[in-house]
Design a protein around this ligand. Structure first.
Ligand code: GTP
Ligand code: SPV
Ligand code: MN
Length: 589
């Protein structure tokens, strides 16, 4: 076993690393320091082991392609467990398993699992350095791909050990790919121990334990205990033509447009607005001394969806992935470049698909996996906010909830107040996507886009949100949006992407006390004349359809909310019930 670290880490950390090494028996233990030299070495090794394929160095300097196991391409929610002493603490929306039993079972699977492999010790910091928000995690992993991705996604190495100092307050993440068999795949969270054990998957949120496991499931549990929020939200700053910046946080479910909105490029027909990205996936939020809600992005990179990303839809993302990016499960062109569906140009002849097989256009098989992704450092982003590393975070003036809804939900509406906003978030629905295994395109309740990520009982989570209200002297205004409503032919009614700025502009105007709205039973809504439609060219009919509130659709919606509430039994906060009753009464149901 070879150890390589100049200064000694805190004893509790090294004791835990030793303990895991005794269980898993790696040939080597490598402590990652986060240096460029180390990155070069690990990358070269990954190329030798064919974990990474170098791309055309001239076209995409510092870029690599990784092909995952074809049976390991997305988060697996059915293999994800919250392990609390009581089942009720995990609640009806989480899989639950008893902690002791789970440790025992996984220890058996892990016994000797790293023989012949290297165990990487990956210390990482979530949140800006020297920030009250920041937390340390350490992931032990036998995947060099995971180690390299963690270096992009987090502040990794020395900086994290410095932040940890002598403390033993860090998330203990243990990850082993085993043989990648779905039969021995489990992602288990132990909130009371601030620990995550993940086995049998090397992909995304299953394996990069900083992300969904720590920064959402465990952090949401910590946040409830300590009075803050960990959310599946992007954070953006919107600078108006006057030069003032409004910060907005938005929760959309997986593959529903967070990355795109967070780095939106304003359309040419709207002068003077600029968008700055603070974060694209996760927000940690706290009430500041000034009574406002403050947010940081705990991550340092983006793990973004590739398909649909083009110079037209997301020019900033195309710039981001020009260099120093790891692509996973995209197609490879004969010139050593990447390709995916919706990239904006025809598939070059001779392109091989995400599994390395010749592409067969017209076969109905996509060349890139629908959940293929890019991992890139946030410093690649031309639209990166100057406050992305601000230890204080940014003050949030508006919270947006949004799902992928072919019907029912209008383009935008504004909540009447904080509690109504919590109700809108709590009852949100969205179509399932390729980001998780299982059927795609089925509408399910996905409260606050946190259904797969809330680390405790979802009814307690609603109560926690409601309880934040009175602490906020200046609560953010809450909105709901839907970019995905369709016409009878199944075509999106709203053009989306950059044009979503028009909706953001209305939201910012509302926050500033400008901008017209009318009351409807479901919330306050803009009239067509309240939206900036300059140069958009959407027909009045389509806009009306995008904004329509239809009684029959809302009857079904309220019914579906009822069904969800039944699953929560009698634990639903009374306030949410009251909101539901008020809305039902407004529709005379
Ligand atoms: P996760 O990383 O899984 O949490 O996803 P995300 O919420 O960041 O989603 P992302 O921005 O990567 O978008 C997912 C898919 O939705 C991509 O294929 C986008 O092209 C598409 N998309 C994003 N915004 C819009 C929009 O405004 N309209 C339409 N029609 N599609 C969009
Ligand atoms: C999501 O599924 O919401 C993601 C991708 O952001 S993953 O990291 O796989 O969770
Ligand atoms: Mn996500």
């Amino acid at each position: 076993m070879s150890l390589s670290l100049a200064a000694a880490p805190p004893s509790s950390l090294s004791a835990w690393v030793d303990e895991v090494a005794r269980l898993t028996r790696p040939d080597h233990v490598v402590w990652c320091d986060g240096s460029e030299d180390e990155q070069r070495r690990l990358t070269e090794q990954a190329v030798r082991e064919r974990v990474l394929i170098p791309l055309n160095e001239r076209r995409r300097p510092g870029c690599y392609l990784h092909r995952s196991h074809p049976g390991d391409v997305a988060r697996t929610e059915n293999a994800t467990f919250i392990c609390t002493p009581n089942r009720d603490q995990a609640g009806p929306t989480n899989n639950w398993a008893a902690p002791e039993e789970t440790y025992r079972k996984l220890s058996q699977w892990l016994r000797g699992s790293m023989r012949g492999r290297t165990m990487y010790v990956v210390p990482y910091l979530m949140g800006p350095e020297a920030s009250e928000f920041a937390r340390v995690g350490v992931e032990l992993t036998d995947s060099v791909y995971v180690a390299l991705n963690m270096r992009i996604m987090t502040r990794m190495g020395r900086v994290a050990l410095d932040a940890l100092g002598e403390s033993d307050d860090f998330n203990r993440g243990l990850h082993s790919t085993l043989d990648l068999s779905p039969k021995r795949r489990l992602i288990c969270h132990f909130p009371e121990d601030n620990a995550v054990w993940s086995v049998g998957s090397g992909y995304g949120g299953n394996a990069l334990l900083s992300k969904k496991c720590f920064a959402l499931r465990i952090a949401s549990w910590l946040g409830r205990r300590e009075g803050w929020l960990a959310e599946h939200m992007l954070i953006l700053g919107l600078e108006s033509p006057r030069g003032d910046t409004t910060y907005v946080a938005a929760a959309f479910p997986s593959a529903c447009g967070k990355t795109n909105l967070a780095m939106l490029m304003p359309p040419l027909s709207i002068n003077g607005w600029r968008v700055f990205t603070v974060g694209d996936d996760i927000a940690w939020l706290r009430v500041g001394k000034d009574g406002r809600l403050w947010a940081v992005n705990p991550e340092a990179g983006y793990f973004g969806v590739a398909p649909g990303t083009s110079p037209r839809s997301n020019p900033n993302a195309m710039r981001i992935v020009e260099h120093d990016t790891i692509f996973t499960n995209v197609a490879l062109t004969p010139s050593g470049d990447v390709w995916w569906e919706g990239i904006g140009f025809e598939i070059p002849t001779g392109t091989v698909d995400w599994q390395g097989r010749p592409c067969m256009p017209g076969s109905g098989q996509p060349a890139a996996h629908p959940n293929s992704r890019f991992t890139a450092p946030m410093t690649n982003n031309p639209a990166l906010s100057p406050h992305a590393n601000d230890p204080r975070g940014v003050p949030i003036s508006a919270i947006i909830f949004g799902g992928r809804r072919p019907t029912t939900i209008p383009l935008v509406l504004e909540a009447f107040d904080w509690n109504h906003g919590v109700y809108l978030g709590a009852t949100m629905g969205s179509e399932t996507t390729a980001a998780a295994t299982g059927k795609v395109g089925v509408v399910r309740r996905d409260p606050m886009a946190m259904l797969p990520f809330c680390g405790y009982h979802i009814a307690d989570y609603f109560a926690h949100w409601l309880a934040m209200g009175p602490h906020l002297k200046h609560p953010p205004k809450v909105f709901m949006v839907n970019w995905f409503r369709k016409d009878a032919d199944g075509t999106f009614l709203w053009p989306g992407y950059g044009e979503n700025l028009r909706v953001l502009e209305w939201i910012v105007n509302r926050v500033a006390g400008r901008g017209g709205a009318r009351d409807t039973p479901v919330g306050m809504m803009p009239s067509e004349s309240d939206l900036n439609l300059e140069g958009l060219g959407i027909s009045p009919d389509r806009l009306r359809a995008a904004l329509a509130i239809k009684r029959d659709e809302w009857t079904a919606e309220l019914q579906s909310q009822d069904e969800f509430f039944v699953r929560l039994n009698c634990d639903l906060p009374r306030e949410i019930e009251v909101q539901h009753e008020t809305l039902s009464a407004a529709f005379e149901l």
